[in-house]
Design a protein around this ligand. Structure first.
Ligand code: PLP
Length: 453
């Protein structure tokens, strides 16, 4: 590395998220320079299909002039204001009304935050507050799922059900429980049908509630379709059975729509795709296409009213963020949602999604593909070891190896352990879906050749 090069300075000064620091010190970074449509270009001029929309989030592509203009105009007019102490501004009001209007079930209020983690963390605090308001201080536990992903702050990382997010961080905190991961391919038993597996997931949840005491559980949090845990599509009848259990014990349902929301699964919300009736919905990522850090959660009147009553009694809601309801973020979100609607990107996600899913299913017979799965424009291929050599690989090693072949073929995917995820921008065309599938085919060939030696 040239001294003082970007690579050398990155290694010297930049502590990366979700990166092995010691490997980074040896390998250095992949430095991106600019974006255009579904593509990003590194500083060497190499072009990649951003098959992950960054981090599952850039719905409208990497150079949308309308979002740049919306941000610039808002910056020039009122670059910052907040919503503390009854203050408000146009973009926050418009966006709150817009989101309530878009909700798949009747929602009452929107609370603005800055990241998915922060939104989920805030939801937990609001639930504790609500339980106190209702005179049920013992009803505060939350159940999430093994491999669910809800963020990395202390509370949201506790709700996340992945080992890396707990290990050595002294997490999870008390009162957060994790139930069965609804991944039929991995967790289903010999001879067990998908529906029977869904029944077992619901029974496991029921048993956990019973053993903890139904009066101690405030809520169940889940992604309609798990993203970061490996793109796990719930088995048929899963959501119907889970919701029946929650209904039995008066437990609120939080749909974490941070990845699924705004078209990803081929409907506006994952809750619509899977027929979920949430009490609270977490929103982020595609809400601004990640051009601006932004998040929110919506709640029903039943959730909101006791919180508002309690704050009324105390005198103020003791919670809020300097950047919450940021006018620039809200303006970008409004324009982004307008683009999604005007260009009918949800329908495009459904149509291009069907092509992507059919293409991925076409690799299911490949000797290195254990499962092809997904819905709409989110999918994954589970990479498996050569037959008989399963013991020779650590978890994640195959995914890391596969990633190198993808990059060589100009495709950015993300290895979730050994599952290669696909989550391209919603603006993708049919020809670009074919380009992804061609790159996957070439990468699988390269990977198979590497495995033979
Ligand atoms: N919830 C879900 C479903 C997510 O996928 C993520 C991030 O990937 C989060 C929450 C956390 O969001 P953030 O990284 O903005 O804190």
């Amino acid at each position: 590395l040239r001294p003082n090069s970007d690579e050398a300075r990155d290694i010297a000064y930049h502590f990366h998220s979700y990166t092995n620091p010691r490997v980074h010190e040896e390998q250095g970074p992949l430095i991106m320079d600019r974006g255009e449509g579904i593509y990003v270009f590194d500083t060497q001029g190499n072009r990649y299909i951003e098959g992950m929309s960054g981090l599952w989030s850039v719905a409208v592509g990497f150079h949308e002039q309308r979002l740049i203009d919306a941000a610039t105009q808002q910056m020039a007019k009122l670059p910052y204001y907040h919503n503390f102490a009854h203050r408000s501004h146009g973009p926050a009001i418009d966006l709150a009304e817009k989101l309530i209007g878009m909700a798949p079930v009747p929602m009452s209020k929107v609370f603005f935050t800055n990241s998915g983690s922060e939104a989920n963390d805030t939801i937990l605090k609001m639930l504790w507050y609500r339980s106190n308001a209702l005179g049920k201080p013992e009803k505060k536990k939350v159940i999430s799922r093994i491999r669910g992903y809800h963020g990395v702050t202390v509370a949201s990382a506790s709700m996340t059900g992945l080992p890396y997010n707990h290990k050595s961080f002294d997490l999870p905190i008390d009162g957060i429980l994790h139930t069965t991961c609804p991944h039929y391919w991995r967790e289903g038993r010999d001879g067990e049908s998908e529906e029977d597996f869904a029944t077992r997931c619901a029974e496991d949840l029921d048993a956990m509630i019973q053993s903890e005491g139904p009066d101690t559980i405030a809520a169940f949090i889940a992604e309609p379709l798990m993203g970061a845990g490996g793109v796990v599509v719930p088995p048929v009848t899963y959501w119907e059975k889970i919701q029946a259990v929650l209904g039995k014990y008066d437990i609120l349902l939080i749909a974490d729509e941070v990845i699924c929301g705004f078209g990803r699964t081929g409907k506006m919300f994952g809750s619509e795709t899977f027929d979920i009736r949430p009490d609270i919905m977490t929103l982020s990522k595609q809400i601004t296409s990640s051009y601006f850090p932004f998040s929110a959660f919506m709640m029903t009147e039943e959730v909101y009213a006791p919180i508002a009553d309690e704050a009324g009694r105390i005198g103020v809601l003791g919670h809020g963020y300097t950047g919450g309801a940021h006018p620039v973020g809200a303006a970008v979100a409004l324009e982004n949602l307008k683009i999604i609607e005007e260009r009918d990107l949800v329908a495009n996600a459904a149509e291009r999604g069907a092509e992507l899913q059919a293409g991925l299913r076409g690799f299911a017979g490949h000797p290195h593909v254990g499962e092809a799965r997904g819905v709409g424009l989110i999918g994954a291929l589970e990479i498996v070891a050569p037959e008989g050599r399963e013991e020779g690989f650590n978890p994640g090693q195959l995914g890391a190896a596969m990633n190198k072949h993808f990059l060589k073929n100009g495709l950015i995917s993300r290895a979730m352990m050994d599952a290669m995820a696909f989550c391209p921008p919603l603006i993708i065309t049919a020809a670009q879906v074919r380009d992804i599938l061609t790159a996957v085919e070439q990468s699988l060939e390269g990977f198979a050749a590497e495995m033979q030696v």
